[in-house]
Design a binder for this molecule. Structure first.
Ligand SMILES: [Zn+2]
Length: 472
C-alpha cells in the first residue's frame, strides 16, 4: 500500500530532487556573510527546502540562515527528522556536470544525490504524502535541515542552542536497516615537552620526521631526514633489510649530506586502523633500531612503547570492548618531529559505550608525564547509543522489514553519523545493502528504485511513529 501511494508522487519527487541537486551547495567561507554564514550555496539550498514547505502548506522556521525546519503534525511529542542539504565539493573525473542532474531511465546522477539530498527529499515526501492523506497526527514533526554537516556541524550546534530537542528522531544520512549505536570519538595530541640536553655521541641524528595530516586517516607515507655519523651505507642496508622483513615499500635518497628515508603504507579510515598500513609507525619501528640522539630517541621510544602495533589501545592501557559495540580503536594519524621543536603524535581514539575514557586518560596523562610528554585534548564526542529494544526502534525497523522483506538486525558503528546530534536519534537509511556507495566520490547517483523505496519506508515508519503509534 505505501509503495503504491509513493507511485502517485514519483514525478514530483524527481522534479523536486533535481531542483535541489542543481544548487551547488558547497560550503564557501570566502563568500560567507551574515545572511549566508557558510556561503551562498548552502543558503540557497536551505531556502529551496523552505519553498517546498511553503508550497505544500507547511510552516517553517529559519534559524540564522544556517539551519531551519519544516513543521508538520500535532501533539505533544516531537519526531525529529534530521537532514542536510550541503554537499562536499564535486572533485574531478565526473562524466556529467555534477550540479546539472542527469536523469537516466533508472537513476539520477549528481553530487548530493545520495548524500544527503535524495534521502532528504524522500523523507520530506513521506511527511507530505501523509499530510495529503489527512492522517490524524498524534505527534509533531520537525524536518530539521542543516547546511554544514559536511564540515563542522555549525548548523546543528546553533540549532540546539535554542530549539526544541525532539523526543525521538532519525537521520536519513547513512544506511538501512538502522544504526543505533556510535562509538565515542576522541582526538588528542601527545606532545614532547622538555628539550633533552644532548651530550651523547649518537651514530645517527634525526633532523625531521613527518607522516600523516589527519587524525582520522591511517597515514600512507612517512619521511625521515637523518644525519649519519657512521657509514651511510650501513643504515641504508639496515633499511632495505627492514623493508624486506615486513614486506613493505620504501626508498632512500641522499640530499646535501642527509639521508632521507621514505616508507609507503596504505591509507584507511581511522575508525579501523587495522585495514591500513601505518607508514609512520613502520618508520618509527625502523628508527627504533638505530642509535639515535637522545631527544629523537625519547620520541621514537615513546611511540614504540605506546603506539606501534597497538591499534586497539593495548599499549596505552585502554584495551576495552563490549559485545554490542566492539573494541576501542586507536589511530595514530599524525606524526611529526624536528630536532628544534620536538615531537607530536595526533591520535584518533574510538570507544564503545561503557568505557571510562576520562579515567583512563588521567592515568595515561600521569604515566606519559614521567617521560616528558603531555596530552592536549582536541575534540571529544561521547558515545551515542539507543537501546535496540526501544519501541521507537521497532517502529522504524518494522517499516523497513515490511517494505523490503529483509530481516537484518540494527547495528552499531565506529564512525559518527549526523544522528548523534539528537538525544534519542538513530541513523535510518537511505543506503540499501545493495546500493553502490559513491558518497563523496565522482559520478554519485541514486537509483529511482532506491529513492522511491526509501520514501515508502519513511512513509510507513513516520506513520508508525506519529499516527498509529504502534508497529506491526
Ligand atoms: Zn551526509
Amino acid at each position: 500500500m505505501w509503495r503504491n501511494k509513493v507511485k502517485e508522487y514519483e514525478e514530483d519527487i524527481i522534479n523536486d530532487l533535481k531542483g535541489l541537486l542543481s544548487i551547488e551547495s558547497v560550503r564557501n567561507d570566502a563568500e560567507s556573510t551574515y545572511d549566508a554564514p557558510v556561503g551562498p550555496g548552502p543558503k540557497e539550498a536551505l531556502n529551496f527546502m523552505y519553498q517546498l514547505g511553503e508550497r505544500d502548506g507547511f510552516s517553517f522556521k529559519d534559524i540564522e540562515n544556517i539551519v531551519g525546519r519544516i513543521e508538520a503534525g500535532k501533539g505533544e511529542d516531537l519526531l525529529g527528522i534530521l537532514c542536510h542539504v550541503d554537499v562536499v565539493p564535486a572533485g574531478t573525473g565526473w562524466e556529467t556536470d555534477p550540479f546539472n542532474p542527469v536523469e537516466t531511465e533508472t537513476s539520477i546522477i549528481a553530487r548530493g544525490s545520495l548524500d544527503d539530498k535524495g534521502p532528504t527529499i524522500a523523507a520530506y515526501y513521506a511527511v507530505k504524502i501523509l499530510e495529503d492523506m489527512k492522517v490524524d497526527w498524534k505527534k509533531r514533526i520537525h524536518i530539521i535541515v542543516g547546511t554544514d554537516e559536511e564540515s563542522d556541524w555549525k548548523c546543528t550546534d546553533r540549532y540546539f542552542e535554542t530549539e526544541e530537542m525532539p523526543t525521538v528522531g532519525f537521520a536519513p544520512d547513512a544506511e538501512f536497516p538502522l544504526i543505533h549505536g556510535e562509538k565515542g570519538i576522541v582526538t588528542f595530541n601527545i606532545l614532547q615537552s622538555g628539550y633533552v640536553e644532548d651530550n651523547d655521541e649518537p651514530e645517527v641524528e634525526l633532523k625531521a620526521f613527518f607522516s600523516g595530516e589527519r587524525f582520522n586517516m591511517v597515514p600512507d607515507t612517512a619521511q625521515a631526514k637523518l644525519l649519519i655519523k657512521e657509514q651511510m651505507t650501513n643504515v641504508v642496508q639496515k633499511f632495505d633489510l627492514f623493508l624486506n622483513e615486513f614486506e613493505i615499500e620504501g626508498e632512500t635518497s641522499i640530499d646535501e649530506g642527509f639521508l632521507n628515508l621514505t616508507i609507503f603504507g596504505k591509507s584507511a579510515h581511522g575508525m579501523d586502523p587495522t585495514l591500513g598500513v601505518n607508514a609512520g609507525l613502520y618508520l618509527i619501528k625502523f628508527l627504533n633500531r638505530l642509535n639515535l640522539d637522545k631527544y629523537a630517541s625519547s620520541y621514537v621510544k615513546f611511540a614504540n612503547d605506546y603506539l606501534v602495533d597497538s591499534p586497539k589501545g593495548e599499549k596505552m592501557g585502554m584495551k576495552f570492548a563490549t559485545e554490542e559495540m566492539g573494541e576501542v580503536t586507536t589511530n595514530t594519524g599524525i606524526l611529526s618531529y624536528t630536532d628544534v621543536d620536538g615531537g607530536q603524535f595526533g591520535i584518533n581514539l574510538r570507544y564503545p559505550e561503557g568505557f571510562d575514557f576520562d579515567q583512563s586518560l588521567s592515568r595515561f596523562k600521569a604515566e606519559v608525564a614521567e617521560r616528558g610528554f603531555e596530552i592536549e585534548m582536541d575534540k571529544h564526542q561521547l558515545p551515542h547509543y539507543v537501546d535496540k529494544n526501544d519501541p521507537f526502534i521497532n517502529q522504524l525497523l518494522s517499516a523497513y522489514r515490511d517494505q523490503t522483506g529483509d530481516q537484518s538486525e540494527p547495528f552499531t558503528i565506529g564512525g559518527g553519523t549526523y544522528a548523534r546530534n539528537l538525544d534519542k536519534g538513530v541513523a535510518f537509511g537511505a543506503m540499501f545493502r545493495d546500493s553502490e556507495d559513491l558518497m563523496h566520490q565522482k559520478n554519485e547517483y541514486i537509483t529511482k528504485k532506491q529513492l522511491f523505496d526509501a520514501t515508502a519506508i519513511y512513509l510507513e515508519a513516520i506513520y508508525n511513529v506519529c499516527v498509529s503509534g504502534d508497529a506491526k
